[in-house]
Write a protein of this length. Structure first.
Lengths: 302, 213
C-alpha cells in the first residue's frame, strides 16, 4: 500500500513540477532582455486551455496521429519513474534499468516523429527528419555518458550509478550532458523554441498540425523531458549519496533550478547555430563524454 | 605536483581539440596563445630548485608564445581581412575526430614506450605526441595560410613538451634560441601572408600550386 502511495506521490511531483521549467527559462530570458515576460505558470494555463479545445484532424491521418503523442507521453512518464531522486531512489529500480531509460527516450522520440509524419505535410516531414538526424549524434553522446558512469561505479543500476559523483571526469561529463540536454530538448544553440518561421523549425515543425489535447500532451511531455535531463545532469555532478536525504533533496532542487537558469542564460546570450555547425557541437559533446569514459577507465589520473 | 602538471597538460590537449574544431581564425589563434601560456608555466613546475634563469625563460616563453606571436598573427589576420576558414581540406568534424583519436592513441601508445620512471606517471609524452599530431592535422587540413601557421605553432608546442623531458640537461641557451627562431619565423610568415594577400586577393594556399609566367 505504501509503495503505491509513494509511486503516486512521485508521479504527481514529476507531472506537476515539469511545466514550471519552461516558465522559469522564459522568465530568465525576459529578465535579461529587460521585459516583464509571461508569468512563470504560463505553460499550466496553456495546457488547461488546450485540454478544453477540440481536435482538428487531417483526412490523411490514421489513428497513429493521436496514439503517437500518447505513447510518447507514457514513455516519458515511465522514464521519469525510473529516474532516482536523490537519496529516495527511483520508484522502480532493477539491474540494467539505465538501458530501459535510454530506450524509453528513444521510443518517445520515435512516436513524436511518427505522429508528425502521419499528417502528410512536407513541413512535418522536414521537422521529423531534422529531429531524428540530430538525435543520432546526441544519443551517441548520451550513451557514452551512461557508459562512463557505469564504468566508474561498476554498476548498471541508475540509483547506484548516480549516488556518487564521478570524480575528475564529472566536469567533462557535465559539460557534455549539458550540450546533450540542449540538443535533446531543442533549446537555443540547436533549435529556437520561439521561432515562427517553419523553414527553421525542428521540434516546432513536427507539431504544427497537432491541436487540442494531443498538443497539450506533446507540450507536457517536452517539459517532462527537460526536467528529466536536468535531474540527470544534477545527479551526475552532485555526490548525493553522501548527504542526508533532506540535504540531498534540497541540493537536487537547487541544482535543477540552477541548470534551468543556465539554459535561460544560454538562450539569451548565444545565437542559434547554423545547421551545418550543429554536428560539430554534438561531436564535441560526444568527445567530452568519451574522455570522461577514458578517465573513468584509467581510474582518474589527472 | 604531478597532478598539477597533468592538469595543465590535459588543458593543453583540450586546447588542441578546440583549435581543431574552431572555424573562426581568431578562436584558433586564441587557443594557440592560451596553450603557449599554459606550456610556458611548466618549467617552473618541473624544476625543483627555483633558479632565476628558469623563471626568466618561463616569463620570456609566456610573453612570446602567449602575447607576441598571437599579436603578430592577429595583425596579419586583420591586414588580410579573413575571419573564417571556409572550405578546409579536412572538414571540422573529421579533423576533430582524428585529433581525438590521435590523443587517445598517444595516451595509450606512450605507455608502451620505455620511459624513465619519473616521467611514466605524467602526461608529458602523450601530450607531446598529441600536440604534434594535432599540428600535422592543422598543417595538412587547412587551406588558409594563417590556420597553417597555427598548426605549425601547435607542432612546435609539442616538440617543446618533448624538450621538457630533458630540461635538466638542455642549456637554456637552446630554449631561447628556439624562441627567437619561432618569433622570426612567424614574423616572416606575417610578411608573406601580406604578400600572398596582395598578389592573389586571397589567402587560400590552393592558389599557390600553379606556376605561371
Amino acid at each position: 500500500m505504501t509503495f503505491i502511495l509513494e509511486t503516486l506521490l512521485r508521479l504527481a511531483a514529476w507531472l506537476l513540477a515539469a511545466p514550471l521549467l519552461p516558465g522559469i527559462i522564459n522568465k530568465v530570458k525576459a529578465w535579461i532582455a529587460g521585459r516583464r515576460g509571461p508569468p512563470v505558470l504560463q505553460l499550466y494555463y496553456d495546457l488547461a486551455r488546450l485540454w478544453g479545445k477540440g481536435v482538428v484532424m487531417s483526412t490523411l491521418a490514421s489513428p497513429g496521429f493521436i496514439v503517437g503523442p500518447a505513447v510518447a507521453w507514457v514513455a516519458l512518464v515511465g522514464a521519469a519513474l525510473i529516474m532516482p531522486l536523490g537519496g529516495a531512489g527511483g520508484a522502480l529500480s532493477f539491474r540494467g534499468d539505465v538501458l530501459l531509460l535510454v530506450y524509453l527516450l528513444a521510443l518517445a522520440r520515435f512516436c513524436t516523429a511518427w505522429a508528425a509524419l502521419e499528417t502528410g505535410s512536407a513541413f512535418e516531414g522536414m521537422g521529423a527528419a531534422r529531429e531524428v538526424s540530430y538525435a543520432v549524434l546526441s544519443e551517441v553522446a548520451l550513451i557514452t555518458a551512461v557508459l562512463s558512469l557505469s564504468v566508474q561505479t561498476g554498476n548498471v543500476t541508475l540509483t547506484d550509478m548516480l549516488a556518487l559523483s564521478v570524480g575528475s571526469g564529472a566536469v567533462l561529463l557535465a559539460a557534455g550532458l549539458f550540450a546533450v540536454l540542449l540538443a535533446e530538448n531543442c533549446r537555443v544553440p540547436f533549435d529556437d523554441p520561439n521561432t515562427h518561421l517553419e523553414l527553421t523549425m525542428i521540434h516546432e515543425a513536427m507539431i504544427l498540425d497537432h491541436s487540442g489535447p494531443p498538443l497539450a500532451v506533446i507540450l507536457h511531455g517536452a517539459s517532462l523531458k527537460l526536467l528529466l535531463f536536468a535531474v540527470l545532469l544534477s545527479q551526475v555532478v552532485l555526490p548525493l549519496g553522501r548527504l542526508s536525504p533532506l540535504a540531498a533533496a534540497g541540493a537536487l532542487v537547487g541544482t535543477v533550478l540552477g541548470v534551468t537558469v543556465a539554459i535561460g542564460l544560454v538562450e539569451s546570450l548565444t545565437a542559434r547555430f547554423a545547421f551545418r555547425r550543429v554536428p560539430l557541437l554534438l561531436t564535441a559533446a560526444f568527445l567530452l563524454c568519451l574522455f570522461a569514459l577514458l578517465l573513468a577507465r584509467k581510474g582518474g589520473v589527472g | 605536483m604531478n597532478s598539477t602538471l597533468n592538469l595543465l597538460i590535459g588543458m593543453a590537449m583540450g586546447l588542441n581539440l578546440l583549435a581543431l574544431g574552431g572555424s573562426r581564425v581568431p578562436q584558433v589563434i586564441r587557443a594557440v596563445a592560451v596553450q603557449g601560456i599554459v606550456l610556458g608555466v611548466l618549467p617552473l613546475l618541473l624544476e625543483h630548485d627555483f633558479g632565476w634563469l628558469v623563471a626568466l625563460v618561463a616569463v620570456i616563453t609566456v610573453m612570446v608564445k602567449g602575447f607576441l606571436i598571437p599579436g603578430l598573427l592577429n595583425r596579419a589576420m586583420r591586414a588580410a581581412k579573413i575571419e573564417r576558414e571556409i572550405d578546409p581540406f579536412i572538414g571540422f568534424v573529421p579533423s576533430l575526430l582524428l585529433g581525438a583519436g590521435g590523443t587517445i592513441a598517444a595516451v595509450a601508445g606512450a605507455r608502451m614506450l620505455p620511459l624513465l620512471p619519473e616521467h611514466a606517471g605524467t602526461l608529458l609524452v602523450p601530450g607531446a605526441l598529441a600536440s604534434i599530431f594535432t599540428g600535422f592535422i592543422l598543417l595538412i587540413g587547412r587551406a588558409k595560410a594563417i590556420s597553417q601557421v597555427c598548426g605549425y605553432l601547435i607542432l612546435e608546442n609539442g616538440i617543446y613538451l618533448f624538450g621538457l623531458l630533458l630540461i635538466r640537461s638542455t642549456p637554456l641557451l637552446v630554449e631561447s634560441g628556439i624562441l627567437l627562431d619561432l618569433t622570426v619565423g612567424v614574423f616572416v610568415i606575417g610578411i608573406i601572408v601580406d604578400r600572398i594577400q596582395r598578389a592573389f586577393d586571397s589567402l587560400d594556399t590552393r592558389k599557390l600550386t600553379v606556376l605561371r609566367e
